[in-house]
Design a protein around this ligand. Sequence first.
Ligand code: HEC
Ligand code: HEC
Length: 473
Amino acid sequence: MKKTLLFLLMSMSLMAAQVALTDFEGVDEYLCLDMDNLDNYANPTFPVHYGPPVFAAFDNTPADNAVTDKGATLGRVLFYDKQLSINNTVACASCHMQALGFTDTAALSTGFDGVGLTGAHSMRLGNARFYPDSVMFWDKRAADLEAQSTQPIQNEVEMGYDAAHGGFDTLIPKLNALPYYPELFEFVYGDTIITEERIQLALAQFIRSMVSVNSKFDTGFAAVFNPQQPGANIGANFPNFTAQENRGKTLFLAAPNNGGAGCAGCHAPPTFGLNTNVNSNGLDAGETIIFKSPSLKNIALGGTFMHDGRFTTLAEVVEHYNSGVQVGPATDARLLLPPGGPGGPQPIRLNLVAADKAALVAFLQTLTDNVLIADAKFSDPFCKTATGIKEVANGFDLQVYPNPVQNAATIRFANPNASTYRLSLTDLSGRTVWQQANNTSEAQLHTDGLATGLYILVIEGNGNKETRKLIVE
Ligand code: HEC
Ligand code: HEC
């Protein structure tokens, strides 16, 4: 992006245009962002079944931190920046991967040192905005998304800027020295000052913008939506659902005393955020901690379920509610039989037949939102990181024979669709010393005229990029 002219309409009555010169040299060098034409985070399109009552009941956006395109763009950069970890190895996105609905597959995630494990399973972030109680983390220990968002940075396992390592007093000068942050903070806040609070506001905006409104469930609900009917007609058969999925929906929605499994009493459609006043779901006998659940949108993607990641299939999850609920001080009354019987509180046993258990699993799979998990505005914005060229695991399978290279080398890479990729060789000062366009799966590199030493071989195209270090002898 070139130096930009931003025409600001200062006053409707005067219609006077004022010119502001904005220079984004650092942003342009490191980030693939179009600062003149930001992605739309502030005003996503909501389907009909996301009317005012849904916002009134679920939205936790605070009045002083509504999502803006600028703030969420800064949040996106922070979310993907490994510089927020003490050894530049881990970003928020390392444990909250877009393709998985912003969680990861491991029961417990690995922190910055590659060894330490988090104390709990990573949480999906889609529809975090629609959790009416606002509190964050499984055990609800953070007051809201703002307060939560900088805790991983200061966690001794996750990103390593804990008090013993200087916390934000060490991190902020580091961020100040990165060429893109002063520019971005000025763009968002009007001056270059970086504070923990400003980081929190931006990260929370980015996460709140991750709304999930494009699953198969949403398409079906929009098709039958009728505000005059009970539940806005959610109980009607969805035309895009199979009979099994519609059966699963019925079971999910209906209470146990009404032939259902009672799931919606806690995981509330259409956001699938947890209702207010929900206690724990009886995973362990005697449990005293009241856990929350993130929205069930995209639940089928991560393959690991509950706060400790104890279940690895949705069938196990359903079986827990069917036959495994344990009694404890934190167990929600909805999962217990009505009080009064002998021997104290007893757990509900749903006694679902196999077909109904399978139907519930099929219904949970309709909550996958393929738009959210592929939307470019939630993807990694870095073109190049401050510690080197960005590595993307994308299946190029780039190989060089031989390496070290003497006179010539053969470069091989996967290219099943005969796409055109650009191959280039850069030296350590970033100068391109060789390049070619290639639509096969092999290239020859002649090193005549190249100084001995370390080079970076880059293959890129179709938004993918892969690099290899190469030694010329
Ligand atoms: C090393 C892995 C890891 C990293 C890095 C990480 N997280 Fe998390 N995240 C987790 C885990 C694990 C949990 C659940 C922790 C708990 O409840 O104790 C979590 C929970 C959350 C939640 C709570 C969601 C909810 O519904 O309550 C949010 C929001 C979140 N992370 C955002 C972030 C942000 C923002 C960053 C970067 C600043 C980040 N995470 C970095 C693993 C990670
Ligand atoms: C009494 C409220 C309640 C009811 C009823 C309920 N759940 Fe849950 N659910 C929770 C809570 C709380 C958690 C978080 C548990 C934890 O990890 O400690 C949870 C977790 C889950 C998870 C795992 C979420 C994740 O991110 O790993 C799934 C899936 C789930 N519930 C599905 C269902 C289904 C299906 C039903 C109906 C058969 C159901 N729930 C009924 C409260 C409830």
